[in-house]
Ligand binder design. Structure first.
Ligand SMILES: O=P(O)(O)OC[C@H]1O[C@H](OP(=O)(O)OP(=O)(O)O)[C@H](O)[C@@H]1O
Ligand code: HPA
Length: 179
C-alpha cells in the first residue's frame, strides 16, 4: 500500500468484480443500440477503459473535459467546458462515465447540456458516489459504490494530480492534504 494511503476502501479485485457487474447491466439495458460513451477527463479514464471492455454492445469513444470553479468543497456551481465531445450528439444514446459524484454540480450542468443538444438519451455511470456531499439532486443510472465523506485516491482519482495510477481506491491520510 502507498505510504500516503491510510486505508484501502476497495481492492483491485473488488473493483473489477463490480465493473463486470455494471458492464453486464449496461449490456442488457442497451441491447440493439450503440452507446456513445462519454468519459469525463481525467479522473474517469481508468474506470472508462475497464468498463468499456465489459460492455458487449457496440460502443463509440468520446471525452469531455470540464472545470468547476474552486475546490469541490467551495464550488460556486459554475462549470465550464474545456473540451467538448467530438461526435455530433443529436440522436445518440450517451452514457456519461464519471469516477466520482461529489456535490453533483458537474453532472447537474452536463446532463441538461447534452439533452438540450438533442441526444436521444443521456444516462450516467459512476464508479463512486458520496451522497452525503450532494448539493444538487442527480439521478445516477449505474453506481459502483457509495462511499462516506472521505477523500479518496487511486484508480483514476487524484490529489494534486498524483495517485491516479494506484490500482485500488484508498483513503488519503489527512496530513497529506492539510500540510
Ligand atoms: O460532483 P462534483 O462536486 O461536481 O465533483 C465531481 C467531479 O470532480 C472530479 O473532477 P475534477 O474536477 O477533480 O477533475 P479530474 O477528473 O481531472 O481529477 C470528478 O472527476 C468529477 O468530474
Ligand atoms: O474524494 C475525492 N477524491 C478525488 N477527487 C475528488 N473529487 C471529489 N471528491 C474527490
Amino acid at each position: 500500500m502507498h505510504q500516503d494511503v491510510k486505508e484501502i476502501l476497495f481492492t483491485e479485485e473488488q473493483i473489477q468484480k463490480r465493473v463486470r457487474e455494471m458492464g453486464a447491466q449496461i449490456t442488457a439495458d442497451y441491447a440493439g443500440k450503440t452507446i456513445l460513451l462519454c468519459g469525463i477527463l481525467k479522473g474517469a479514464v481508468v474506470f472508462y477503459t475497464d468498463l468499456a471492455r465489459q460492455i458487449q454492445v457496440p460502443v463509440k469513444f468520446d471525452f469531455m473535459s470540464c472545470s468547476s470553479y474552486g475546490s469541490s468543497a467551495t464550488s460556486s456551481g459554475a462549470v465550464t467546458i474545456r473540451k467538448d465531445m467530438d461526435n455530433d450528439v443529436a440522436g445518440k444514446d450517451i452514457l456519461i462515465v464519471e469516477d466520482i459524484i461529489d456535490t453533483g454540480i458537474t453532472l447537474s450542468y452536463l446532463v441538461p447540456y447534452l439533452k438540450d443538444r438533442g441526444a436521444n438519451s443521456v444516462k450516467l455511470a459512476t464508479l463512486l458516489s458520496k451522497p452525503s456531499r450532494r448539493q444538487v439532486d442527480i439521478h445516477v443510472d449505474y453506481n459502483g459504490f457509495e462511499i462516506p465523506d472521505a477523500f479518496v485516491v487511486g484508480y483514476g482519482l487524484d490529489y494534486d494530480s498524483s495517485y491516479r495510477n494506484l490500482p485500488y481506491i484508498g483513503i488519503l491520510k489527512e496530513e497529506i492534504y492539510t500540510k
